[in-house]
Design a protein around this ligand. Structure first.
Ligand SMILES: [Zn+2]
Length: 429
């Protein structure tokens, strides 16, 4: 063999070795990637290194990675984001804040493809430090926060003033708690100040579950949102103001929860002729965000189906996860996504409302909700099962469906946190 040919083979050997160097910790291969932010909707591979998405491309060489996961026949999407949960779990009975009515984020997130949960106002400016220290910093799930305008958040049922301590809460009865509502502790300045000191975790303000007739709490929440430049999420049971006035006072980017609720306390979004009310459409066009916030009572087919037929889609699929909703029709966010798929929404629209839309709504589009190269590797691998399924609403009605999402694999910051069928496990014998 001539020297020239020898050199040629040597160069080729080093070139191939260089190309196949193990530059990735993990490649997810052959999955159908749906990434609404980056307009990706095709069979692609994703290369991950040091917890970061390094490459999204066709046919990445398997020799470039220490580990390969074959996602053939599955959807590979950004880690799901649930913008309405109650995860300030603790030991106090009958309350949400630091209590047993909340649930542990890690127990519910990854098994549903979720990598980020946003707690909707379970804590307020007084007890946020306990939430942060005891739960947020101890959880594998990324927990972000809407801070309740009430100082102690949802530490009572509904809201306590913060003028009492936790020992007192344990002693008083439920009826007594209802008498504790007071707007004294709903302080816009203090709320905004705690938000500004914790901008990495707190992404908005929450107002809700207020039983009084004052409009002040609502105004103070908006005021805190303006000072801290963050959105406000509005939950049910507000002061006795109409939905129309409520929506008028909400700013672009503020979020209405329980959009498809049908309860006495609040006007429905569907009028008596089965159409979406004009002021609701106006609010959506103005940029108010409509979240599902399914919860135990927040989702009714008699609202959601006519709305969808009218072309009125929710912007986000917040679950309103807590001790009472998880065992009802809600179940988990994948169930909400499956409901909408079976109600006629296409799969790209469904994924959009569980990834990119929620990321934008909490102003975290820069680092969450997409598979952008350079982002943290938060990824969900979903299968779409076929069969005979039933989906239940708050009124106890069901629709039938033949498709259901299942979380096969959930990766957060590049690490596998959930692997239903051992996609990432070694084969035994
Ligand atoms: Zn809630």
């Amino acid at each position: 063999m001539s020297k020239l040919v020898c050199h040629f083979f040597l160069i080729m050997f080093f070139w191939v070795s260089l190309c196949d160097a193990q530059v990735f910790d993990l490649i997810i291969k052959n999955g159908h990637v749906i990434d609404p932010k980056n307009n990706l909707d095709s069979k692609l591979d994703i290369g991950i290194s040091n917890g970061i998405i390094k490459k999204v491309s066709y046919n990445l060489s398997p020799y470039q990675s220490k580990k390969i996961i074959d996602a053939s026949g599955m959807f590979v999407v950004p880690g799901l984001i649930d913008i309405h949960t109650h995860v300030f779990v603790g030991g106090i009975p009958d309350v949400f804040a630091n209590g047993r009515n909340s649930v542990s984020a890690d127990n519910f997130s990854f098994r549903s493809g979720i990598t980020t949960m946003v707690d909707a106002g379970t804590s307020g400016w007084r007890n946020f430090p306990i939430f942060k220290k005891n739960v947020i910093e101890k959880s594998k799930t990324r927990i972000l926060v809407f801070l309740n305008i009430a100082g102690n958040g949802m530490s009572g049922d509904p809201i306590l003033t913060g003028l009492v301590d936790d020992n007192y809460l344990e002693k008083i009865t439920s009826d007594e708690k209802y008498n504790q509502q007071d707007i004294v502790d709903m302080n816009a300045q203090k709320t905004a100040s705690v938000i500004n000191q914790n901008k990495d975790v707190i992404i908005g303000v929450k107002i809700g579950h207020y039983e009084g007739e004052e409009i002040t709490p609502f105004k103070r929440a908006i005021e805190a949102g303006i000072i801290a430049n963050v959105p406000v999420i509005v939950e049910c049971h507000l002061p006795e103001i109409s939905l129309e006035n409520q929506l008028r006072m909400m700013r672009k980017g503020d979020i209405l929860s329980h959009s498809f609720e049908n309860v006495e306390e609040r006007e429905t979004i569907i009028d008596e002729n089965g159409n979406v009310r004009k002021y609701v459409i106006d609010a959506k066009q103005r940029g108010v965000i409509f979240d599902v916030s399914h919860g135990g009572y927040g989702f009714w087919f008699n609202q959601a189906l006519p709305a969808l037929n009218n072309g009125f889609k929710p912007d986000t699929f917040g679950s309103d996860l807590h001790k009472f909703s998880m065992n009802k029709g809600m179940k988990n966010m994948l169930n909400i996504m499956s409901k909408y798929l079976n109600m006629g929404m296409n799969i790209n629209d469904v994924i959009l409302r569980a990834t990119w839309n929620p990321a934008k709504s909490i102003k975290r589009g820069d680092d969450l909700g997409s598979l952008t190269v350079g982002n943290k590797a938060d990824i969900a691998v979903l299968s779409l099962d076929s069969g005979n399924f039933g989906f239940v609403d708050a009124a106890g009605f069901k629709i039938k469906g033949d498709k259901k999402f299942q979380a096969e694999l959930t990766i957060k910051d590049g690490l596998i946190q959930w692997d239903l069928n051992g996609l990432g496990a070694r084969k035994y014998n």
